[in-house]
Design a protein around this ligand. Structure first.
Ligand SMILES: C[S@@+](CC[C@H](N)C(=O)[O-])C[C@H]1O[C@@H](n2cnc3c(N)ncnc32)[C@H](O)[C@@H]1O
Length: 251
């Protein structure tokens, strides 16, 4: 008898932003393998399941990607219902694709339960539409953790053509903004950073591309902790949010 592995998106944090299917899979699970950005309130939905932290954040035991694959495969072969729980959507910078391949190669039954990705949820919760008629006809999502990841993608864009959403980019914020300015983006292009969207400690900074490149960015409402995840949004669309009253970060 073999079990099932569900690669489940946990959304940006607030359990109310989980899909019904994600909540059902959690309630039925025998084993939950979860990542760093999964909110404890989401884990509470896991009922009696065994829970293992397999995240890669500093200061905690590091489980390799291969070990995660082996844990999922062994548990499924023993007949368990496994939930591999990841922040946001499992296929958006979540290594869900690699895990799906490993499961397929091992002949394990698996499914993908999409989640609400922070790439759209973080801007939306701060009242920022990533597309807006007459301002932005599309958006691009890039990984900001390494220059090799973001620079080619950003260099391929015509200045101001699309809204740019950067995940994992807080450390390279100034370099990313400076590169866009070098490529001809207007210094007045609106920019925002949304920290810990949908969580109680959430906050938003709003400014311009020039400020993102040069000034010490401070949170609008409270100072986010070092560990708070943040999403950067650059483009004309953030300006469209001004009439909206959506409060980023409140549950
Ligand atoms: C490894 S990526 C995973 C993305 C995830 N799979 C998704 O679809 O949202 C982690 C990055 O997502 C962003 N992020 C995750 N949760 C967030 C939140 N609640 N608020 C703002 N940004 C968030 C941050 O940029 C963080 O560095």
């Amino acid at each position: 008898m073999t079990g099932l592995v569900s690669l489940v998106g946990a959304g940006p944090g607030d359990p109310d932003l989980l899909t019904r299917k994600a909540a059902r899979r959690l309630a039925e699970a025998d084993l939950v393998l979860y990542d760093a950005l999964v909110d404890p309130a989401v884990l509470e939905l896991a009922g009696a399941a065994q829970r293992f932290y397999v995240g890669k954040r500093a200061g905690r035991h590091h489980v390799t990607q291969e070990q995660i694959h082996r844990m999922m495969i062994r548990a499924a072969q023993a007949g368990s219902r496994v939930v591999r729980l990841k922040g946001g959507d499992p296929f958006v910078f979540g290594r869900g694709g690699e895990e799906a391949l490993a499961l397929a190669r091992a002949g394990i039954a698996f499914e993908v339960v999409p989640g609400v990705s922070s790439s759209v949820a973080a801007p939306a919760l701060a009242g920022i539409p990533v597309t807006h008629r007459g301002m932005s006809t599309g958006f691009v999502v890039v990984a900001g953790h390494a220059e090799a990841a973001w620079q080619p993608a950003l260099d391929s864009l015509a200045p101001g053509a699309l809204t740019v959403v950067v995940l994992m980019g807080l450390g390279h914020r100034a370099a990313i903004a400076a590169r866009l300015l070098e490529r001809g983006w207007s210094a007045r292009t609106p920019a925002a950073i949304v920290w810990a969207a949908s969580r109680a400690e959430g906050s938003t900074w709003r400014g311009t591309l020039r400020e993102l490149a040069t000034t010490e960015v401070e949170a609008g409402a409270g100072t986010p902790s070092e560990a708070a995840p943040g999403t950067i949004v650059i483009g004309e669309a953030p300006a469209a949010s001004h009439p909206l009253t959506a409060a980023g970060g409140s549950r």
